[in-house]
Write a protein that binds this ligand. Sequence first.
Ligand SMILES: *[C@@H]1O[C@H](CO)[C@@H](O)[C@H](O)[C@H]1NC(C)=O
Ligand SMILES: *[C@@H]1O[C@H](CO)[C@@H](O)[C@H](O)[C@H]1NC(C)=O
Ligand SMILES: *[C@@H]1O[C@H](CO)[C@@H](O)[C@H](O)[C@H]1NC(C)=O
Ligand SMILES: *[C@@H]1O[C@H](CO)[C@@H](O)[C@H](O)[C@H]1NC(C)=O
Ligand SMILES: *[C@@H]1O[C@H](CO)[C@@H](O)[C@H](O)[C@H]1NC(C)=O
Ligand SMILES: *[C@@H]1O[C@H](CO)[C@@H](O)[C@H](O)[C@H]1NC(C)=O
Ligand SMILES: *[C@@H]1O[C@H](CO)[C@@H](O)[C@H](O)[C@H]1NC(C)=O
Ligand SMILES: *[C@@H]1O[C@H](CO)[C@@H](O)[C@H](O)[C@H]1NC(C)=O
Ligand SMILES: *[C@@H]1O[C@H](CO)[C@@H](O)[C@H](O)[C@H]1NC(C)=O
Ligand SMILES: *[C@@H]1O[C@H](CO)[C@@H](O)[C@H](O)[C@H]1NC(C)=O
Ligand SMILES: *[C@@H]1O[C@H](CO)[C@@H](O)[C@H](O)[C@H]1NC(C)=O
Ligand SMILES: *[C@@H]1O[C@H](CO)[C@@H](O)[C@H](O)[C@H]1NC(C)=O
Length: 443
Amino acid sequence: MSSLCSHPETNLKMIAFSIPGLSIFGALVIESASAAVASTFTAPAAAPTDQSPFYVGASNGTITNSPLVAGKVFDRFIQIWLENTNFAAAASQAVFQNLSTQGITLTEYYGVTHTSEPNYLAAGGGDFWGLYDDDFEAVPNNISTIVDLLDQKAISWSAYQENMPYDGYEGYNYTNQDDGYTYYVRKHNPLIIYDSVSQNTTRSARIRNFNDFAVDLGNNTISQWVFVTPNLRNDGHDTTVAFAAEWLNYWLVPLLEDPNFNTDRTLILLTFDENETYTINNQVYAILLGGAIPTTLRNTTDSTFYTHYSTLTTVEANWDLGNLGRQDTNKTVSNVFSFVASDTGYTNNNISGSAIPLLNLTTTIPGPLNPEYYVPYLAPTNGTGGGSGPTFFASNVNMSLNAADAPAPVNLTAAGTSGSSEVRVGLGLLGTATIGAVIMALL
Ligand SMILES: *[C@@H]1O[C@H](CO)[C@@H](O)[C@H](O)[C@H]1NC(C)=O
Ligand SMILES: *[C@@H]1O[C@H](CO)[C@@H](O)[C@H](O)[C@H]1NC(C)=O
Ligand SMILES: *[C@@H]1O[C@H](CO)[C@@H](O)[C@H](O)[C@H]1NC(C)=O
Ligand SMILES: *[C@@H]1O[C@H](CO)[C@@H](O)[C@H](O)[C@H]1NC(C)=O
Ligand SMILES: *[C@@H]1O[C@H](CO)[C@@H](O)[C@H](O)[C@H]1NC(C)=O
Ligand SMILES: *[C@@H]1O[C@H](CO)[C@@H](O)[C@H](O)[C@H]1NC(C)=O
Ligand SMILES: *[C@@H]1O[C@H](CO)[C@@H](O)[C@H](O)[C@H]1NC(C)=O
Ligand SMILES: *[C@@H]1O[C@H](CO)[C@@H](O)[C@H](O)[C@H]1NC(C)=O
Ligand SMILES: *[C@@H]1O[C@H](CO)[C@@H](O)[C@H](O)[C@H]1NC(C)=O
Ligand SMILES: *[C@@H]1O[C@H](CO)[C@@H](O)[C@H](O)[C@H]1NC(C)=O
Ligand SMILES: *[C@@H]1O[C@H](CO)[C@@H](O)[C@H](O)[C@H]1NC(C)=O
Ligand SMILES: *[C@@H]1O[C@H](CO)[C@@H](O)[C@H](O)[C@H]1NC(C)=O
């Protein structure tokens, strides 16, 4: 039996629980971040090519990449995700207006659910597993991600997380010691939440901080698939779109001119995780930038229906990869970015208007991370993704636990529910001596 206390986004879910035959109580030690923080952006260094003590951890040396694997349309894909800003508010900022003249503005791009964390999970593993909050999660290592597909073809990848203290850091968040502000959060770090990445040190070392970014950029070793998460202030989460715009002017705008970042074979997606308003569909602002955009398509818009799953299928199409057998094989929600689709022979659906599915649904989507509609982690379903490669099946995935034979969703929180011993344990290691343990028992 367990009971949940609901919580605002920034608070931990506290759960009292009992396990038959055991008597344990979860204790939380919470360090609060309360220091006053300036409301205007302060550049952490002279340029994004420079390291800064503000980024916390020292660089861990230059990343080692396997030799470049040419894609059909681009050789590098960089995603930069911002937070919770209205399309119109973004569109009203000079920097977005300026950027839009250099790229393709995607006018029908959607988040896939609410809250933040499930959207990031979707971009990593092709599903959000029923999650509807921002709690500490660790997806088991039989569940594959885009990393498996990239590694199969030796395509280098990395993630850069601003204010993450050191490579592969698994903590729930991190508070800078100088100003006591929590800038880094695990919920915005898509790959660390997957144990198949975080529990493999070869892989987790590729989830890097911004001091590593400066070194990698300087040494021209930016990988071929890159996910960038600015900190909670620079991504607009704790601030305003004007603040995020200042960060973009500091960080992205000069990097667009840096050949170690943006080559003529680089595609950049600048987008937002989710729409702020749950009661409307989940459209977000998104723009494609970079040297790989054909000159004739710069300063244009594209009204094809895309979602975060499109980031997976576009990459799959470009490098002719396999697929995850998740929503990246769901043709309704996984259109490939149009100019990439044309150049790779991929056929998009032409869903538009009221045919666009509702992607603002939350709490009612069954999955292993939804205790009220619990379904175990299932094996991938054989299907076709953006590329012609086969569905990837992890060697440790239980093939008999598949969608065709899936049990009906179970309400694990309902009194009297028995027969499940599923226990999710999350351990949040904070950057100081403080340890927050989040223990959730689903009985
Ligand atoms: C950081 O983690 C602590 C302890 O787990 C929690 O109390 C706090 O709300 C978290 N802050 C953010 C911004 O996630
Ligand atoms: C290249 O990487 C090395 C460490 O691996 C670092 O000392 C050096 O500063 C880097 N070069 C640049 C230009 O950043
Ligand atoms: C949410 O979607 C609505 C309707 O498309 C749009 O007007 C609004 O700007 C969007 N908000 C965000 C956060 O993008
Ligand atoms: C827009 O971009 C142009 C060319 O890069 C630059 O000269 C100008 O200062 C930019 N304006 C704003 C408001 O960012
Ligand atoms: C550097 O990378 C290694 C793995 O290659 C990791 O064990 C170590 O924690 C990293 N150190 C820092 C400071 O990021
Ligand atoms: C860890 O990741 C590397 C790189 O993808 C892979 O070669 C290796 O098999 C993985 N190890 C395990 C135990 O999964
Ligand atoms: C999702 O958006 C639709 C219309 O955009 C709205 O009718 C519906 O109530 C929303 N759903 C939720 C759960 O808010
Ligand atoms: C971008 O396109 C608009 C019309 O859609 C036009 O008014 C504007 O001058 C163009 N800007 C550039 C920099 O080409
Ligand atoms: C494909 O996506 C649509 C829209 O989200 C959804 O209704 C449908 O259930 C999905 N199909 C599968 C097999 O997951
Ligand atoms: C998936 O489909 C491929 C091609 O049709 C087939 O070779 C393979 O055996 C299938 N795998 C599973 C697990 O069904
Ligand atoms: C994946 O691993 C989890 C945790 O061990 C397990 O509960 C689940 O049944 C597994 N699912 C598959 C399809 O292997
Ligand atoms: C699950 O059970 C709990 C406790 O009985 C109940 O409050 C909740 O409404 C149920 N959820 C669903 C989706 O039936």
